[in-house]
Design a protein around this ligand. Sequence first.
Ligand SMILES: Nc1ncnc2c1ncn2[C@@H]1O[C@H](COP(=O)(O)OP(=O)(O)OP(=O)(O)O)[C@@H](O)[C@H]1O
Length: 851
Amino acid sequence: MPLPDVAPPDPAEALLHGQFSGWSRSGGGSSDGNGCPNSPGGGGAKYALTLTHSHLHVQRLSARPGKEARLLLPLAELLGCSCPRHPAPPLLLLYWYPSGRRRKGVSRRRQVRAYLAENRPDAERWCAAVQCLLRGVTVCATTEFNKGLLPRPRRLLLLVNPFSGRGQAMQWCQSHILPMIREASISYNLIQTERQNHAKELVREISLAEWDGIVIVSGDGLLHEVINGLMERPDWEEAIKTPVGILPCGSGNALAGSINHHAGYDMCLREPLLLNCCFLLCRGCVKPMDLVSVTTSRPASNQNGRPTQRRLFSFLSVAWGFVSDVDIESERYRGLGSARFTLGTLVRLASLRSYKGRLSYLPPTAVTASPDSTPPPQKRPLSRSITEGLEGFCRTPIHRTVSDMGLSEQRSLRRDDEEGERERQKERERRRERRRGRARGGGVTRASSLAEDREREREAEREREGGDAQEGSPPEGEGRTEVGMEDPDSDDREDESATDGKDGSLEDVLEAVEASEQYGAGTGKDECDSCYQERREQRKNSAPSSQIVSAICGPPRAPGPQLECDSGYCAEEAELNGTYAFPRQPYTLEMRERALTISSPFRHITRSYKPKSVDQNQNSSRPRPLSLLQSNSNSLPPKLSLSMSPPTPPSSPPAAPSLTSTYLTPRPGSPGSASPSPSLRSPSPSFTFDVAEPAGPVKTRTAISEVYAPPRDDLLPPLDQPIPTRDWVTVEGDFVLVLAIYQSHLGADLLAAPQARFDDGLIHLTFVRAGISRATLLRLFLAMERGAHLSLTSPYVSHVSAKAFRLQPLSPRGTLTVDGELVPYGPLQAQVHPSMARLIVGDPGVKITRL
Ligand SMILES: Nc1ncnc2c1ncn2[C@@H]1O[C@H](COP(=O)(O)OP(=O)(O)OP(=O)(O)O)[C@@H](O)[C@H]1O
């Protein structure tokens, strides 16, 4: 980009200075066709190049009418440079990505500039100098630039979900991603995922020391898998420090939107967003990112009457109500790309639901110490306030009832005394609660235990069943009431007159959308309930993944190390969405072998997409993606073989990984090969993706414990214990939505929490209560596109920050999502773990929105 008033460089700042000739395919002295469309000019034009720490100054020596004599290339806009090998002429190729306005927002565009050096050593010296600056190597004017100064090339593991978004991920890999990664001199291995949880299984087992980063080429769902795969490793503390990146090919792309926003770019979608994120990825700066530990639960359904719990780690959001409904229900419009959410929003607005529930949260001011900054001593009380709060609530020595939070002064108490007391107290509470009955109104602020809730729900259920049997009304409408109606408990969801008058012309639009939806889907309003039922049976992306899982991966997958899974729970979950389905048939070695062979990340395919034969995707009715391991990395063995050990039964505790593969181990003679076992190697905590590292041994290895000890949620009591009344705030009533988000964006075009930072240690809660009109709700989402919704005042909308929260749905049915993925419906609680992961975000925020 020529700048009219470019000042000449200060000679004192110059690192290199030299003369080059212009070069282009048409006008240059090359006959091999190795030209560049944007090179500075034909043969004959002379240029003086000066390299400083921040810029490359280009001065045209021979004047040319109508052309600027000076050009300033900021190194911040340079992706990389190269010097093509002999017999190509001694060229210095610069890959420049200035930002420019596009139809769909501002994004980067590629320009290659080529300068012909007098000889090859000159070209190589310049190339080394530019690369040193891009990699952050400390240099000065007296530095003798050569390739030896450069750190080893960075290595990325690219995981591509070919079905994400509109199914363009592989196409975009070829057209944009891989060329840019090569230009940035990054080595990579590319693996296509072939089924749900494939990425999770991979990252659980690979040798992470081989990689400088794991990059997801997909939507947010695949990153969710990777984060949880890393957290399920015995060496999770090291593993989760592996930088992760995302290249947006999904339909929501919330994290990519947040990264784009953090870099200072205007909101954009699709390819412009991809180019921005790919540029930032190649630049490579890493930032700490908060993770949120989420514990989900389902009410007791098995004979022992215990609720079952599951813990997972989230980087983006927890949603209940409107947002999760739209996310899951709009799956059917996947072909529309991100527009599916717009349509889904309109459809859901047309038949707005509300859900009964209780939301409790711990505001940040109430927390004295972050669990990560000063790890609490073992078995300390959860917090003093909790004990006090519980005492106030239960009027009994509550420290006994919360003994597994650890009350050190009470450790000497006999365990069975404590348990007996806890049981007696629960029983007293239950009786007291029954006496209070259902007279208690909505919006009550208090703490209570899930046991009470379940008891109340069971009672309510019994009453309802009795009532329904008498009145003959179906129970479907329970708990999902239309907003705006007088009686939120009413089942008469057809009656929307209460809001009809309010919304005016918006209603016409909504009715039109609703009518077209009914026409398109062939369902009427009543059939919404059957769709709802259906949704419980299916899962996101069910077609491809369920086919593969059933045809190829019948083997049970061992539950995560922290997973408490009894058979009843698993069966129920399989029915719910399949996410946690553990197939019941025995898992033979042959099946495991077949799955792994077909999974083919371990196959070496040299830069060609090899189509898979149909029989590899048994029962697959749709064309399957190509199995692929594509690599330009020199660091991996060309031929990969697997050695298998018998599968671990799902119920057995996850000890050392049962699968080993030679691709997991360093190549013999490679820098890391001295390490005795891949499982003993982990990235050094001090390693950063962007910090220059001299060539040599990959990383220092530390021995890791095989005992899995996941991080503790020390701000939260166990899910079946009451939350404290002190410091916690509880809101109970009818909600249209509850959204907990920890990134700025909910989708690439939804700035849901403008104040959020990757590592602010906060959960940003938005909740909308029943009674809001559709017009206001629509206005809220429209304002969210600009991040202006926080200033929209409505008595029904609240925005708060928290360190932890608990959500107790009291409606019998609904949808809960974590990072956009369906989780079992039931009580859930979450706590933020500040800066636990690391995210590749590129250069920090230089505002580039206009030319
Ligand atoms: N090859 C595959 N076949 C089927 N499902 C897959 C495959 N690879 C990954 N998945 C699963 O697909 C789900 C959705 O993936 P992802 O979120 O990345 O894309 P998306 O839904 O299109 O994007 P977004 O979340 O932004 O809308 C994830 O749960 C992931 O586990």
